[in-house]
Design a protein around this ligand. Structure first.
Ligand SMILES: [Zn+2]
Length: 299
């Protein structure tokens, strides 16, 4: 029995419908945070933009489809285009799609961004301007202060501070009452250096914490998140000293204080696995790890 043109057309239409309905389920939204600062969303990913009289300063594009949607929204709501696009770090799920703004934007990132982007094949616009430790971007009389976050998540994570709005945008190394990503993969997370980054963030003067995932928080939530990491470390160390295997500690450890945090049920056992690996594979003093750390810092 041959396949008719009619059947092919029907199959193609079905595919179109499936793709359309998937796209329909996507959540894209813009929420005003404070003054001219807005947070935008695609599903589980969040980014922010600041509207100024001379154009928009945007952070992570998230992906090309979201970037195209944002571009249209900015034109419609504010009659503005993106003049600066600042990347939080090079990971594909936040940095993709920058090329959508290439006709109007100057791209800004940490000095290590380009190498990470090339190594991981991330499709986006490369940075025009990079920095090592600090940089201030000013547009239309408004300001965002950029600070290298240190080794916490990736080797090019930056903190974006909007002083006038008393807000900070920081991605993947801090969350507001939510657990960090799954088993804290070694290629993306650095512990205990992570604690130093959180302490640096705590020293900053702001009220509103805008993470790249999950809910909005306050300055207080940074300390809460650091305490979670420290409590997780203590619990895992104690279990290790008691001779427990990873499987045993995944069953025995409970941190009641954090049980109402987002993703506790889904990721707590994975966080234990991740912390165990960070402690055993990073701080056991093997020469290999010392080299790896130095490589990341010097890149
Ligand atoms: Zn990331």
């Amino acid at each position: 029995m041959g396949i008719s043109v009619k059947m092919l057309v029907a199959a193609a239409m079905l595919l179109v419908q499936v793709e359309f309905s998937l796209a329909e389920d996507d959540v894209r939204d813009i929420v005003q945070i404070e003054g001219d600062l807005y947070r935008f969303q695609h599903n589980a990913h969040f980014s922010v933009f600041l509207v100024t009289p001379d154009g928009v300063i945007s952070t992570d594009p998230i992906n090309a489809e979201t970037a195209r949607w944002l571009k249209a929204e900015l034109a419609e709501r504010f009659s503005q285009s993106v003049k600066y696009l600042i990347y939080s770090h090079h990971h594909e799920d936040h940095a993709s799609g920058g090329e959508v703004f290439a006709d109007t934007a100057t791209f800004v990132a940490h000095r290590n961004f380009r190498a990470g982007m090339i190594k991981e094949g991330v499709v986006t616009a490369p940075p025009d301007i990079t920095f090592d430790n600090e940089m201030t971007i000013t547009l239309g009389g408004k300001t965002v202060e950029l600070t290298y976050a240190g080794l916490s998540h990736s080797n090019d994570s930056i903190i974006m501070h909007f002083p006038e709005q008393r807000a900070v945008y920081a991605v993947d190394f801090v969350l507001a009452k939510a657990l960090p990503f799954q088993d804290l993969p070694l290629w993306a997370y650095f512990y205990p250096e992570w604690l130093v980054s959180l302490q640096e963030l705590e020293k900053m003067d702001f009220d509103i914490l805008l993470p790249g995932h999950d809910q909005i928080g306050t300055h207080k939530d940074v300390r809460g998140f650091r305490h979670y990491m420290e409590d997780l470390e203590s619990a895992v160390r104690e279990a290790m000293e008691a001779g427990q295997t990873l499987e045993q500690m995944q069953k025995s450890i409970r941190l009641e204080e954090y049980e109402n945090w987002a993703l506790y049920d889904a990721w707590f056992e994975l966080n234990i696995k991740g912390m165990h690996r960070q402690l055993t594979e990073r701080t056991d003093g093997t020469a290999k790890l010392t080299v790896n750390r130095r490589q990341f810092q010097d890149e």
